[in-house]
Design a protein around this ligand. Structure first.
Ligand code: DNO
Ligand code: MN
Length: 388
């Protein structure tokens, strides 16, 4: 029986401005890391995995979860060369398992990972948060990306606001918006507008049903490896959890998650329950979603979002915002008590605050905001379970 959740922390590797010593001071014991220097789709060499693991262990920490082993676009779109990438993925999983790293996070979002329109929205207290605004997304989509059918995807009120705002924008503001929307995972290759346009066309032909089929094909293609080696795969929900830029989305709602679990209905096929991503969905009930899929939740991202009536949202304090973290933590700790192994969670994102405001940080991944989040979450857990 597992008493406490496993407290983990995302670490981008030796280039991360947050050190492993910092992570220890924050009180986490597990590390969530990935080999971002390996191009998407290539096999992660055993030596590189061993090296990363050794660095983490030398600091007295454990590499608990890989986030993420990126799924190559060839697999998501099931291009003619998809088989080779599937083989590579299997080999990477084998290399990780050989190092006893067996919980893997990935996502199946077309082309872009998480999308925000602003990375430094100032809170009333001066801290900075990540922000998603529909008007800014419309400006990007219509006037910067110049996607042919973009206009049809926005309500009239947003179109009007976008038009008026864009007319008053300076070139540097336009560039800034472009960079913010295209911003990816630190240390990974940025995507170009031209590539994005081409991808959007490719996905148009695939559509929602096609993308679901491709995910099922991918999962079926790694099932044997995962089952044999005891690997747990956890899909990260779409962020934000609705279609943007005309791209299909298949991991945004309870129905989506149930569908993808049932299509390849085996224990290895699991979920990274990200309360921030799912919480940005206007119709998502977070506790209901957890209850529906909890047996297959192997990794938790705990953070919060605050939405307005248009559906714009900013990343709120971990115990603030629209996600009732108290109810979520009750559900999560009840499930955790039934497990033999503790469920790993991490404070997913945090505000840029205090001394970090004067530092160069990875958006959402500065030290102090996440430390605050982790501290609040562990206190909440202790308050609920009483497991001192
Ligand atoms: C958003 C973050 C993401 C996530 C990746 C997983 O909620 O957790 O950066 O790590 O999308 O592939
Ligand atoms: Mn997340």
């Amino acid at each position: 029986m597992s008493k406490k959740l496993l407290q983990t922390w995302r670490w981008y590797g030796p280039n991360d401005p947050v050190s492993l010593q910092d992570v220890k001071q924050a009180g986490a014991s597990g590390i969530v890391s990935a080999l971002h220097h390996i191009p998407h789709g290539e096999i992660w060499p055993l030596a590189d995995i061993q090296e990363r693991k050794a660095i983490i262990e030398a600091a007295g920490l454990t590499w608990s979860v890989v986030e993420s082993v990126p799924v190559h676009e060839a697999i998501k779109t099931r291009r003619s060369d998809a088989d080779q990438y599937l083989k590579n993925y299997n080999q990477t999983l084998r290399n990780l398992a050989a190092n006893d790293i067996k919980t893997v996070c990935y996502n199946f979002m077309p082309v872009l990972d998480w999308t925000r329109t602003q990375l430094d929205l100032e809170m009333p207290n001066g801290a900075k948060a990540l922000y998603f605004n529909w008007t800014d997304l419309a400006i990007f989509d219509i006037y910067i990306l110049e996607r042919a059918d973009a206009v049809a995807d926005f309500p009239a009120a947003i179109l009007e606001k976008a038009k008026a705002k864009f007319a008053g924008m300076r070139q540097e503001e336009i560039d800034f918006l472009r960079i913010n929307v295209l911003m990816g995972i630190p240390n990974e290759k940025e995507i170009e507008l031209e590539t994005l346009r081409a991808s959007i066309n490719e996905y148009k032909a695939i559509g929602h049903a096609g993308l679901r089929d491709n995910l099922a094909w991918f999962l079926a293609g790694i099932a044997e490896t995962c089952t044999e080696l005891g690997i747990k795969m956890t899909i990260h929900p779409d962020d934000p959890p609705y279609p943007i830029l005309g791209l299909p989305r298949i991991a945004s709602t309870k129905e989506d998650l149930i569908d993808l679990l049932e299509r390849v209905n085996q224990p290895f096929n699991g979920i990274c329950y990200c309360t921030g991503s799912l919480g940005a969905g206007t119709t998502n009930d977070l506790v209901e979603i957890f209850e529906a899929v909890k047996e297959r939740v192997y990794f938790l991202h705990l953070r919060n979002v605050k939405k307005d009536e248009e559906g714009n949202f900013y990343e709120a304090d971990h115990l603030g915002g629209d996600v009732n973290m108290y109810e979520v933590m009750k559900a999560v700790t009840t499930e955790n008590a039934k497990r033999n192994e503790p469920m790993p969670f991490r404070p997913d994102h945090g505000h840029q605050m205090l001394d970090d405001l004067n530092k160069v940080t990875n958006p959402g991944y500065s030290a102090i905001g996440r430390l605050r989040g982790l501290a609040e979450l562990r206190g909440l857990e202790l308050g609920i379970t009483g497991n001192y």
